[in-house]
Design a protein around this ligand. Structure first.
Ligand SMILES: Cc1cc2nc3c(=O)[nH]c(=O)nc-3n(C[C@H](O)[C@H](O)[C@H](O)COP(=O)(O)O)c2cc1C
Length: 268
C-alpha cells in the first residue's frame, strides 16, 4: 500500500514503516553505537537560546519518535501540545517560578532549579495523558479493595507508557542536536488547574510533564551516573546494592544536589 502523495512529501512512508521490522543481525555494533551516541549525549540544560526558531518539521520528527513508543495495551494514552506562543510560555514559566518560591518558603529543602529558563525554550511541548485509559488495563471497576489495587497498577502502567513515549521524543531531539529539559514539577492539582485553561486542555486530561528543547544558553555538562555494577544484578538481587534507610537519607542530604547539578553552588 502506498501513501497518497500530498502537497508535501510524507515524513515517512507510514504504511511501509509500520508493516516492516528491520533489525540488524544480533550483536551488530554499528546501530548500537549510533544509538548510544545519542543516549549519552542527551543532556539537560535549563536555559536555552530563545532566538532559535525550531523548524516545523523538527516537531514532526520528534513526535514521530514519541508515536512509536510502546504502551500498556498499546493504548497510546498520550497527547502532545506544541506551544509556540511566547505569552503562554511566559505564563507557564511564571507558574513554576511561583512554585519555586513556594517550595523555598515551605522549606522542602529540594534544590529547585531556576524555572525562569522555561520561557527561553524554543521547543516547548506539553505532554498530557488521558487518565481514562486506566480502563484499558486490567481493572474491575466495582469499587472493591481489589479494584483499588488494580487501578493503582493501571495508573502506573499509564504513567510508564507516557514516560516511554516522552523518552523517545527526548532522544529524537538529542539526535537532532538539541539539549533537552524534562519538567515534571507539575503533578499537583493546583498546577493542573493553572495550566490546563492556558492550553484549552479538557478536564479528563492530565498534564504530566513539559518537554523543552533547543540550543543551550549555558554550557551543557554530563551528570554523574551510577556505575553499571551498582545497578546490575544477576539471577538474584545483590544485597550489597541495598541501601539502609540511613544511607539513603544521608545520600539525599549530602549527595543529591551534587548529582543534580554540576556542584551545589551552581544550581541551573
Ligand atoms: C521523570 C523525570 C522528572 C524530572 N523532573 C524534573 C523537574 O521537574 N524539574 C527539573 O528541573 N528537572 C527534572 N528532570 C530532569 C532531571 O533532573 C535530569 O534528567 C537529571 O538530573 C539527569 O540529568 P541529565 O538529563 O542531564 O542526564 C526530570 C527528569 C525525569 C526523567
Amino acid at each position: 500500500m502506498t501513501v497518497e502523495k500530498q502537497d508535501t512529501e510524507p515524513l515517512v512512508e507510514l504504511a511501509k514503516a509500520e508493516a516492516e521490522v528491520d533489525l540488524p543481525e544480533i550483536g551488530a555494533r554499528d546501530r548500537y553505537d549510533a544509538l548510544m551516541d545519542v543516549v549519552r549525549n542527551r543532556v539537560t540544560v535549563r536555559k536555552f537560546d530563545s532566538t532559535f526558531d525550531v523548524p516545523d518539521d523538527h516537531y514532526d520528527l520528534i513526535l514521530e519518535a514519541a508515536r512509536h513508543a510502546p504502551s500498556g495495551a498499546n493504548a497510546q494514552p498520550w497527547h502532545f501540545i506544541i506551544v509556540r506562543d511566547q505569552g503562554i510560555k511566559d505564563q507557564i514559566a511564571n507558574y513554576f517560578v511561583d512554585e519555586q518560591r513556594f517550595r523555598a518558603k515551605a522549606k522542602m529543602k529540594f534544590p529547585t532549579p531556576d524555572y525562569r529558563g522555561l520561557a527561553t525554550a524554543p521547543g516547548f511541548i506539553v505532554v498530557c495523558s488521558d487518565m481514562r485509559w486506566v480502563n484499558a488495563f486490567p481493572v474491575l471497576n466495582d469499587g472493591s479493595e481489589l479494584d483499588r489495587m488494580y487501578k493503582e497498577n493501571a495508573e502506573r502502567i499509564l504513567l510508564q507508557s507516557v514516560a516511554a513515549s516522552t523518552m523517545s521524543a527526548h532522544l529524537a531531539a538529542a539526535a537532532l542536536g538539541y539539549n533537552v529539559w524534562w519538567v515534571t514539577a507539575i503533578g499537583q492539582e493546583k498546577a493542573q488547574a493553572a495550566i490546563k485553561p492556558m492550553l484549552g486542555i479538557s478536564d479528563q486530561l492530565s498534564v504530566l510533564d513539559i518537554f523543552l528543547f533547543g540550543p543551550p544558553a549555558q554550557t551543557p555538562y554530563k551528570r554523574w551516573r551510577k556505575p553499571l555494577d551498582e545497578i546490575m544484578n544477576r539471577d538474584r538481587f545483590d544485597p550489597k546494592h541495598m541501601m539502609t534507610d540511613d544511607e539513603l537519607d544521608d545520600w539525599i542530604k549530602t549527595r543529591r544536589h551534587r548529582v543534580m547539578y554540576k556542584d551545589a553552588s551552581k544550581i541551573d
